[in-house]
Design a protein around this ligand. Sequence first.
Ligand SMILES: [Ca+2]
Ligand SMILES: [Ca+2]
Ligand SMILES: [Ca+2]
Ligand SMILES: [Ca+2]
Length: 605
Amino acid sequence: MNTFRPFLLILIAALLCSRLPATAKPKWFADAIWYQVFPERFCNGDKTNDPVRASLKDTWPYLIPAAWQPSPWTSDWYKLQPWEQDGRDFYVHAQLRRYGGDIQGILDKLDYLKDLGVNTLYLNPVFESPSLHKYGATLYHHIDKHFGPDPAADLALFTTEDPGDPATWKWSTADKLFLELIRQVHRRGMRIIIDGVFNHVGIPFWAFQRARKEGPTSPFAKWFDIHRWDNPATVEDEFEYRGWAGVKGLPEFRKDDEGPHPEAKRHMHAIVKRWMDPNGDGDPSDGIDGWRLDVAAEVPIAFWHELRGWVTEINPDAYLTGEIWWEDYRSHKLKNAAPWLANAFDGVMNYRFTDAVLRFANEECKPASAAEFLGALRRIEDDYGYPKVLEVQNLLDSHDVARLGSAVMNPEARLDHDANVKGRPDYRTGPPNREARQKLKFMATLQFLLPGAPYIYYGTEAGMWGADDPDCRKPMLWPEIKYDDEAFLHTQERRSPVRVAFDTELHQFYQSLCRIRRKSAVWRRGDFQILFTSERWFAFRRKLGTEEAVVVVNAGRTAVGAPVQKFLAEGDKVQSLSSPTHPKRAESVAGFEVDPWGIVILQLK
Ligand SMILES: [Ca+2]
Ligand SMILES: [Ca+2]
Ligand SMILES: [Ca+2]
Ligand SMILES: [Ca+2]
């Protein structure tokens, strides 16, 4: 207890306050341990269905080298493939790369996920689309043919339907395998949600193509914002329309205050029904358990209220979460998602949490103090209320930001900023060093012990690293696969190659976090009470009924003594759970030290 300073206690006793009044009961959302799967990059379970050159048509960067081939799963990320040696930048080719991940791969790895300890999957878009990320759909009513077992048969099936008439829709081989995935997920007591991209589509989207072909009188012309039509008498294509964020590859739906055109909405309603109750018998157990709604802040909220109604009618237990993040990118201001949480969504991708954790634990130049960190958490809680603050997705990385394994090596870069290697050639793109690794574990532990549902981006538990998109979308590391060293940087060779392999130790660490979270509802549903704060350390209590746990968090560079006994009643027994960041067992209640970047959990009996 050499670093314990009693005067701190006096200073901070005033900060004691109880949070989370129990007024409403949280739903299963509070018990979720999320795992995000980026399907093209998670697991190639079927080598016979891998994308072919023709499937890349009509998506950026359009020009596909004749020698194009799928990329080897195990290849060095920045090393150019033979077909990429045409002088164009790595980041052009990166959008043309396909690695062959598919639904069979996810099925094959469900037991891996179960064993890791997660229980809810979020899949990036899975519908038919020419892009690697599938944010620009061709069809909403079919799973991408290269995610399923028979792409040729599926392509043939598409031509037998009228995409505008749900009565003609059939189930493709990819669709059927996806329904099997839902079954297998549910059989394991897990849940699954998918990306709903209802703001924009891809160039080949059936209604967009019909509008283009049929001209201004097409019934689909009013679905989109078409500024100018092609003049058939001229050689050039005069067709002009609005794309999402100015991106022509992603035609945007025309919207008024109520959202997209009523006929487009009718189509979307049919899509929601198809995937939430596939056999249409009124029992949603064969369907997905919810949606993650892309660029949600860019669609009028009235549409989300309407979609909420559709979803609730099919499955009142379904989870809706929105991608709601920047209010002002330049000033690092994130949106308060309260308006959407009021009666549209159940949760949000809680990037406010990400930002708060990174500022407190990752930033080195001017890190947020413990009080500032807790203040940021308090604001989230005040804005979202109880029980929603337990039900939001507390992520530390995703397909849109640098991986946590890289964030810790680049503490000067804030969330979603300065992590783009093209703009920041000095960004460190190698594995975390020892101290960075400790910080990673520290942040992950906070993520699992604080209010809100923890969320693992695929591969972060396996030790993956990577800068902002697309470098955060490398093929997943699997223990049974041998990978090439990373011998290249974005524009040159590395001085010394780095080894790439599944990180068993980190994986076990994440397993232990999942176990702690699952074992006791106190982490999932308990009150949150701050016990004391100092500049770089703090302690909090989680309490649910008679169960209590005290957590001491030290983000400093020196060990701290922690006077936890002050907050225990006479006769309380304290037991140290396996504390991943703290090697010592807390044997004595009277005093112990918390290591630098250490977190100690005491469970009160
Ligand atoms: Ca495949
Ligand atoms: Ca023309
Ligand atoms: Ca059903
Ligand atoms: Ca980004």
